[in-house]
Structures are given as structure tokens and as C-alpha cells.
Design a protein around this ligand. Structure first.
Ligand code: MTE
Ligand code: MO
Length: 263
């Protein structure tokens, strides 16, 4: 399936968008999202629309998410402005009991030996050499505190550190005009993102969580942290990164989850 991002909205898309916006406006008459929506009109980003609703209320998150999952990828691509930043939070708001989630239980978390771990690079990339963990840790590292939002109806704030993914892609000589970056994980999970999201300033190849090594349950030795995307677009235990023009899909996306998966 070929996807188009940021292309002109068709009449059907506009109809769908207006319908969803109307639904959002009526979801809670007193919510900040309603006020924000009225202030920003249709230029309001998907992020603001989502976080504008009371995000500490899980029922409300689910309500808003189900609204968004009915909006197609193209409309989401249009709502999502490349420059929009996901909210960041102070250290005091970090959730120390961060939830674990995967398509299996905690007993099946892949145990990866960091000493012989290699990150493989494939596709439209100039330098396909694989990476060891020490090599990755030697690259420039940044930290960010953001909210992870899962479609199953929970969200939590965490601190992740690692390499800005745009820097990594430039370092390996990735074709930045390619459409997709795909990820294959140690547990057979896979997902893919559009190049604009890959290059977003907050998209991080995360090696740490709360200033320590990324724990096994959260994706050791490395995950992609994308605060502008829902949880299932954040692959853990990454083994292969591929730059491609062929739509790669994803574990949940191939079962009907929205591919764009913006938050
Ligand atoms: N490799 C791998 N990555 C994955 C998943 C998975 O099952 N396997 N689940 C996704 C989903 S649905 C969520 S909500 C988050 C959960 O991340 P956490 O365990 O750090 O909370 O990981 C995402 N990435
Ligand atoms: Mo999730």
C-alpha cells in the first residue's frame, strides 16, 4: 500500500475531518481541548488536539484515541506539522512505575547480551556497517522527558536518553528522500515510520531510561522513542533499521491499527 503524506486534502478527507472535529468538540464541552480547538481552528495539530483533553483521565484518552483511529493516515499526515513538538515535562512528573507493554507477557521479554549485540543497517543507506553497543554510546547523547501514550488506554511520563535519530540517519548516509524507515526487533515485532517523523527533532534512538541503561522490559539495548507517535510506533529491542521506499507495515498496523499512529 502506498501512502501519501502532507498531500492536499480531498473533499472526502475534509468531510471526515470536520466530522471528527465536531465529535471531538462535543466529547466534553468544558475541556481545554474544545477551547484550544476553537482558538486554533483546523490548523490545530493532532498533538494539541489529543493532549488538550484531560490526558490524566484514561477513559478520556481512549475516547479521543478512538476518534483519531477513525481518521485516515492522510488526514493525520496533514494535521501533523513537521515542526510541532510533543510536550516535555519536569523531572518531578516522571512516572517511576512506568508500565511494561508488549504483545506477550513479562516472562517472555527477550534477554539480549549487550556484548555481542549488533545493530544491522539495510536499504537505502551509504554505510551499511553494523553497530556495536559501545559505538552507539559514543555518539552524542540527549535526554528528554515526554509522555508515552498507548492505545490500550494508559499513558505515562518517562525520561529517555540517546542519539537524535536524524543525526544517526545522517551519520550512516541514509537517503533522506526515501519514504520509510522500518525497524525489526529481537522479539519479532516490527514497525515503520515516515521519513518526516524519523527526522523530527524529538525522535530518539534511546539507550537509557531514567539516566540508567534501558531496562530489558523497556527495550534493552535500544528502542526508538517517538513522542509524537503512539506507543506501538516505538519499537523496542531494535535489531535492524532499514531505509526503504517499499511500505513496510508493522505488527499492529498489519492487523488494522492506523499506520500513521500520531499522538
Ligand atoms: N519490540 C517490541 N516493541 C514494542 C512492542 C512490542 O511488543 N515489542 N509493543 C509496543 C507497544 S503497543 C507499546 S505501548 C510500547 C510499550 O513500551 P514500554 O514497555 O516501554 O512501556 O512498546 C511498543 N514497542
Ligand atoms: Mo501500546
Amino acid at each position: 500500500m502506498k501512502r501519501q503524506e502532507n498531500s492536499e486534502l480531498g473533499a472526502d478527507d475534509k468531510q471526515a475531518l470536520i466530522k471528527e472535529a465536531r465529535r471531538l468538540l462535543t466529547c466534553n464541552p468544558d475541556s481545554p481541548s474544545r477551547r484550544r480547538f476553537l482558538r486554533h481552528g483546523l490548523t490545530l495539530g493532532g498533538i494539541a488536539m489529543l493532549t488538550g483533553c484531560d490526558i490524566s483521565d484514561n477513559q478520556h484518552i481512549e475516547q479521543v484515541l478512538s476518534t483519531f483511529s477513525r481518521v485516515n493516515d492522510r488526514v493525520q499526515g496533514w494535521l501533523f506539522n513537521v515542526g510541532d513538538l510533543a510536550p516535555v515535562y519536569p523531572e518531578s512528573q516522571i512516572d517511576l512505575n512506568f508500565p511494561f507493554n508488549a504483545f506477550y507477557g513479562e516472562d517472555a521479554i527477550p534477554m539480549i547480551n549487550g556484548d555481542d549485540y549488533r545493530l544491522d543497517i539495510a536499504g537505502k543507506v551509504a554505510d551499511k556497517r553494523s553497530w556495536s553497543l559501545p559505538q552507539l554510546h559514543q555518539m552524542a547523547q540527549v535526554h528528554q522527558i515526554t509522555r508515552h501514550i498507548c492505545v490500550e488506554g494508559w499513558s505515562a511520563i518517562g525520561k529517555w536518553g540517546g542519539i537524535p535519530f536524524s543525526l544517526f540517519l545522517k551519520t550512516i548516509g541514509a537517503d533522506l528522500n526515501a519514504n520509510y524507515v522500518s525497524f525489526k526487533c529481537a522479539d519479532d515485532y516490527y514497525t515503520s515510520i515516515d521519513m518526516q517523523t524519523a527526522l523530527h527533532p524529538q525522535t530518539l534512538l534511546a539507550l537509557t531510561w531514567n539516566d540508567g541503561l534501558l531496562p530489558a522490559k523497556y527495550g534493552y539495548p535500544m528502542k526508538l522513542r517517538i513522542p509524537t507517535k503512539l506507543g506501538y510506533k516505538n519499537p523496542k529491542h531494535i535489531q535492524v533499521i532499514e531505509v526503504t521506499n517499499t511500505y513496510p507495515g508493522g505488527y499492529w498496523e498489519d492487523q488494522g491499527y492506523n499506520w500513521f499512529g500520531g499522538s
